[in-house]
Design a protein around this ligand. Structure first.
Ligand code: ATP
Ligand code: MG
Ligand code: MG
Ligand code: MG
Length: 439
């Protein structure tokens, strides 16, 4: 992409309404525009990052054997009356009436609808296990939308639902989700720690939230510092292997790690004092096993091998796709701007032409630009007639991992400058070598 043809409405002033770095930087870098409280338009660069996150989520869900579907945002209130949640959900639910006077709602989550799909088409244990998921906009009329996309009212969520014959099978699905989420966040360059969460009135241990440590996080978290040394890495996983998924779960959840909702001071005190940490975190996902609550209410049952009919065991699993954009920036920025991890960066590299219109600079930049395209990478070429300082400031703000700077003095010596955004280190080298280092 050539910056002269792109739509990157960078703000010079720091927006007064933004209280935290990610919100400020997303506005300043022209990634989003607020339309109403908690409701945003995604501009080209923001949308690109959102799409990259979605892509990683889709790839990891496919790897785990989960199937993508798409359900409507607008749902019938009757479906929610069947589950008994229509009246109980409260003011977070946006309720709408159509011209026939029918009650509808903008889906805040989709257990009811996915169960409706299941009951219409599945009637035998032979069709199990089944996990369906979607990435779709949700609406929750949050009382205090804030921090930009972090707590929006309209937000993008991956929500997945497993259907299994037994509790045991459903717990394997739970473990499979935990493993796939660990991989998903790590590919984005994020450490998200699974923490025991509050399972509400249903009880049991079968819910974990994934938290990214950040001072601006809304949850207070308590954990054993050993947990931050764990990485998933690129180990091979067989998602059908029950024991293997279980052992990953044990590895990542055996140490103390809880949010304020489930914090237990006595248990925490058993962690050696030098390893006890109290910090703040951003919830970027949650997994849940809830049994037969919805399948019973909505009549989703299957025939078992012995011919009897049983309600299916279910769980639901969410990733905050749009919140992740904010969380990624909270975890990756400095005073100059964003520092994108390679896994989600909107462009792989920025090319800065210090003397636009100079024949040798222009042709060197064009050649570098082409070389990246030929390698299947996505470069952003700043080909505007702008001062060097302004070009550098823009690149630092939008935070691409690498910058190649091309100027007349360097070109005369057959050199360009390669700069790493994260370390700030620069090195001079021939253009071909700089390209080689990035591809
Ligand atoms: P929170 O505790 O932050 O209100 P939640 O527990 O209500 O979140 P879930 O129902 O678990 O949310 O939804 C799955 C994921 O969707 C959350 O882990 C979070 O990452 C994301 N999410 C929830 N509410 C919002 C929101 N208002 N704006 C952006 N993302 C959200
Ligand atoms: Mg909530
Ligand atoms: Mg929560
Ligand atoms: Mg949650």
């Amino acid at each position: 992409m050539r910056l002269s043809r792109y739509f990157l409405p960078v703000l010079k002033e720091t927006p007064a309404e933004a209280q935290i770095a990610s919100h400020r930087l997303m506005l300043r870098a022209g990634m989003i525009k607020q339309q109403q409280a908690g409701i945003y338009s995604w501009l080209p660069m923001g949308f690109k990052v959102l799409r990259r996150i979605e892509q990683i989520v889709h790839e990891e869900q496919a790897r785990a054997g989960h199937l993508a579907i798409q359900m409507p945002t607008l749902q019938s209130a009757d479906l929610w009356r069947e589950s008994g949640r229509y009246d109980g959900y409260g003011e977070e639910m946006l309720r709408i009436t159509d011209r026939q006077g029918r009650d509808m709602l903008y889906s805040p989550t989709a257990e009811e609808m996915v169960t409706d799909i299941f009951r219409a088409h599945v009637s035998s244990y032979k069709q199990l296990p089944l996990t369906l998921y979607q990435i779709q906009w949700k609406f929750r009329d949050e009382i205090r939308p804030r921090f930009g996309v972090m707590r929006g009212r309209e937000f993008l969520m991956k929500d997945g639902y497993n259907f299994d014959l037994s509790k045991e099978d459903a717990l394997h699905a739970y473990n499979r989700h935990l493993v796939s989420y660990l991989r998903t966040y790590e590919r984005m360059g994020l450490q998200a720690i699974p923490m025991r969460a509050d399972s509400g009135p249903i009880g049991g241990d079968y819910t974990h939230e994934f938290l990214v440590l950040a001072e601006t996080g809304e949850s207070e978290v308590f954990y054993d510092s050993e947990i931050t040394d764990l990485t998933f890495g690129d180990r091979e996983i067989d998602y059908d292997d029950v024991a293997q998924c279980q052992s990953v779960l044990e590895e990542f959840t055996s140490r103390y790690a809880r949010t304020d909702e489930t914090h237990d001071e006595a248990a925490f005190n058993e962690v050696p004092e030098e390893r006890r940490r109290v910090a703040r975190g951003i919830e970027v996902g949650q997994i849940f096993y809830f049994g037969t609550q919805y399948s019973e209410a909505l009549g989703a049952s299957v025939q078992t091998p012995d011919g009897s009919k049983v309600p299916v065991h279910m769980g639901s699993h969410g990733i905050g796709v749009s919140r992740l954009v904010g969380a990624l920036i909270e975890a990756n920025h400095d005073e100059k701007g964003i520092i994108w991890p390679e896994g989600v960066t909107p462009f792989h590299v920025g090319i800065v032409n210090l003397k636009q219109g100079d024949v040798s600079c222009d042709s060197a930049c064009e050649a570098i630009y082409r070389a990246f395209l030929d390698h299947g990478l996505d470069p952003l070429y700043d080909d505007r007639e702008e001062r060097a300082g302004a070009k550098f400031a823009t690149m630092d703000l939008i935070g691409l991992p690498w910058r190649i700077t091309v100027g007349p003095r360097g070109i005369a010596a057959n050199k360009v400058e390669l700069t790493c955004r994260r370390t700030g280190e620069s090195e001079e080298m021939p253009a071909e070598e700089a390209v080689e280092k990035i591809v």
